[in-house]
Design a protein around this ligand. Sequence first.
Ligand SMILES: C[S@@+](CC[C@H](N)C(=O)[O-])C[C@H]1O[C@@H](n2cnc3c(N)ncnc32)[C@H](O)[C@@H]1O
Length: 250
Amino acid sequence: MRPLPSDAMDPARGKRLDIGHFGLRDADMPPHEAGAWDPRALFACPSNPLEIEIGSGKGTFLCQQAAIQPESNFLGIEWTADFWRSTADRLRRNKLEHVRILLTDAGDLFRHRLADRIAHVVHIYFSDPWPKGRHHKRRVVQTDTLTHFHRVLAPGGELRLVTDHAALWQWYERHAEMHATLFERRPFIPPTSARPGEVVGTNYERKFTRDGRTFNAMTLVRREVQPTPRLQSSPPTWKSFSRHPDSSPT
Ligand SMILES: C[S@@+](CC[C@H](N)C(=O)[O-])C[C@H]1O[C@@H](n2cnc3c(N)ncnc32)[C@H](O)[C@@H]1O
């Protein structure tokens, strides 16, 4: 694995990026042998509710929502090193001490590391649609990840999904139906940081709105069912710090 520098140039702003203590890597988690990981311990107020965003991209939602919701902690998960680094730099510049961004594969993290019942919300906004049939297994929402979202969510916790992609929306609808014993489907209510007319107000939503695209959204509320799946005990195969086929690690 190549060493990942903690700072790098941002070509758009011509400035040096500094992740400070906001950007976390796999090595910042306790070793796998230490058991399930509870990221709430990262924060000054660990008893505050935890919200997790999968695929934070440039960190627009994290920054906007965390700025007006200081009574919660936020953990972003992003596997593209350039996005991770610029989001960490953005969190540092905005002094958002109750937010961290972790460079890793969210699927592996939920399957192998996260403790039970720790998160109030899991946000997944404009996830990569992987349109080709042979790539569907790369979609973040799968039967097994849904069982782990259910396990990691606290009672009454929410999985919030938004997409512009028709086939991915059908996939979400089908999975919500297949797993109706785990989650109750409810309408999506925009977060308080969304601007008028926005569904959630991420970078991709703003770009797609300019392209005239429309969006679909749902909230899946965790039902109390027994038994919940167990954390998968086999050690994850942490192949690299950045597993997206198109990502550039340094
Ligand atoms: C289409 S972008 C959307 C970014 C942001 N949510 C937005 O709406 O602007 C999807 C993001 O998810 C990240 N991503 C996709 N699969 C992931 C995974 N398994 N683990 C972590 N990040 C992932 C990608 O690197 C990318 O930054």
